[in-house]
Design a protein around this ligand. Structure first.
Ligand code: LLP
Length: 444
């Protein structure tokens, strides 16, 4: 089967250049580190566009596919512009994400709003900005949304988020589709929700059902399983309520390759399985082909991103391991400490073969013993000032970054055709203080 970009460990443009340094998007990583300082997030435009093409091609046999990007993976206006150009819509989960896509010039009818506890203000903003679909998660939200819609004299187009009861094998923190999940209506609650929508919540118009099973998934079977349940439910609701639903959203979740041993599935394989299963289910129930939404996040943006760090101090524990510390860590990439996530790193300025290697622990600079980026890795012997490139940091790194230890968040640079552009500037000390207020009685 054809391989897809999420199966690559490194951005598609990665190579060693004539200077013997790592290069991405035609830009020498050592030069980038010098120009913009480190830690630095680097995003390769070519890799993003390449995976977008994979998705479009993989599902082209089913004409009613709509690709959405789960912006929680990395929500910045430049990346939003690229995905908008590629024809993707956007799955959002907060007013911040909604506002970012709005300010990026996206047609808001291509935006979906998700989440298990959307606030009055967030729902209100979504209605004011014309968000295309709201995926309603629970009974509380149905009532709240109807009330807001009534007060604005608007009708709202919704999906119902359901919990299909499918388990996947990923970290338990990022599973969502199993029965004991905080997200969505249980299968046994769907009818009551539909009755409320049809009889009481007159400002809500339901178009379909939505599910999401989990994240960093390698099993391909969950997608046909999910389609089976979603289409079965649509057919059942038609029979029981004469309700014609014509949309299903099968969520995101396709895994990526963080290390050599990770074997994520090909997007083309999943495309084939989804299209085949849709054909079977449409035939089985004799329904009109529904519009199908997919909302991947990680697989769109993870491979495109790397993080550059500069080597600083080191410590050889007597008879123990050797720690090499870099100038970032758990605040710019919380995934190793949060999910025991594994990453691959290389030394951007030491790509020659004749440098002796050593086994080290790549530690962060934050005041916590758990701040270790890679517990054990063999790298060419490191010196202070070397530039480390950690791969596959495009998803859920910047978007989960914090200011722990009151450290500024790094800058992000977009690379393409030997050009580099800052898309997020580095936070300054003044930025860090910008929301702080000293009450008059404490002033000096
Ligand atoms: N749709 C819904 C409703 C979701 O909850 C998510 C992710 C996605 C789509 C996108 O899933 P993806 O294609 O990115 O796997 N912070 C964690 C990941 C949390 C994912 C939450 N939901 C991590 O760093 O691994």
């Amino acid at each position: 089967m054809t391989s897809s970009t999420n199966q690559f460990l490194k951005p598609v443009t990665t190579r060693v250049n004539d200077a013997g340094n790592l290069e991405i998007g035609g830009c020498d990583l050592v030069d980038l580190a010098e120009k913009y300082a480190t830690p630095l997030y680097v995003v390769d435009e070519n890799t993003i566009r390449s995976v977008c093409r994979d998705y479009k091609k993989a599902f082209e046999k089913y004409s009613k596919i709509h690709m959405m990007y789960a912006s929680k993976a990395l929500c910045t206006s430049a990346v939003t512009r690229i995905l908008d150009e590629e024809g993707f819509g956007f799955d959002t989960v907060s007013s911040g994400e909604i506002y970012t896509v709005y300010k990026s010039g996206v047609n808001m009818s291509h935006v979906l709003f998700n989440g298990n506890n959307k606030s009055y203000d967030e729902l209100s903003l979504a209605l004011d900005l014309g968000v295309g679909r709201i995926s309603v998660d629970n009974f509380f939200e149905l009532a709240l949304l109807n009330e807001i819609a009534q007060s604005k004299n608007k009708n709202v187009d919704i999906l119902l988020r359901i919990t299909p009861g499918i388990e996947c094998h990923t970290h338990e923190y990022i599973q969502t589709g199993h029965l004991d999940s905080k997200f969505g209506f249980d299968l046994t609650q769907i009818d009551e929700a539909v009755e409320l929508i049809l009889n009481e919540y007159k400002n809500l118009k339901i178009h379909g059902l939505h599910a999401h099973i989990g994240s960093q998934i390698f099993e391909t079977s969950i997608y046909p399983d999910e389609i089976e349940i979603l289409v079965r439910e649509i057919a059942r609701l038609d029979e029981k309520f004469s309700l014609k639903l014509d949309e299903i959203n099968i969520g995101g979740g396709i895994g990526v390759k963080y290390t050599e041993t990770d074997m994520p599935p090909s997007i083309y394989d999943i495309g084939q399985l989804v299209v085949d299963k849709l054909d079977i289910m449409i035939g089985k129930y004799g329904i009109e082909p529904p519009t199908v939404f997919l909302e991947p996040g990680r697989s769109i943006i993870s491979t495109a991103g790397v993080t550059l760090y500069t080597v600083g101090s080191s410590k050889q524990v007597p008879h123990g391991r050797k720690y090499i510390a870099v100038d970032g860590g758990m605040a710019d990439n919380p995934r190793p400490s949060m999910y025991q996530a594994n990453y691959l790193a290389e030394v951007a300025n030491k790509k020659g073969d004749n440098i002796p290697k050593e086994k080290i622990t790549l530690a962060g600079r934050f005041c916590e013993s758990g701040d270790v980026l890679i517990p054990e890795i063999e790298l060419p012997q490191l010196d202070e000032g070397d530039i480390i490139c950690v791969y596959n940091t495009g998803a859920y790194n910047y978007s989960m970054a914090s200011n722990y230890n009151k450290v500024s968040k790094p800058a992000m640079v977009l690379v393409n055709n030997s050009q580099s552009d800052i898309i997020i500037s580095r936070e300054t000390l003044e930025d860090l203080m910008s929301h702080e207020i000293i009450p008059d009685r404490l002033k000096k």
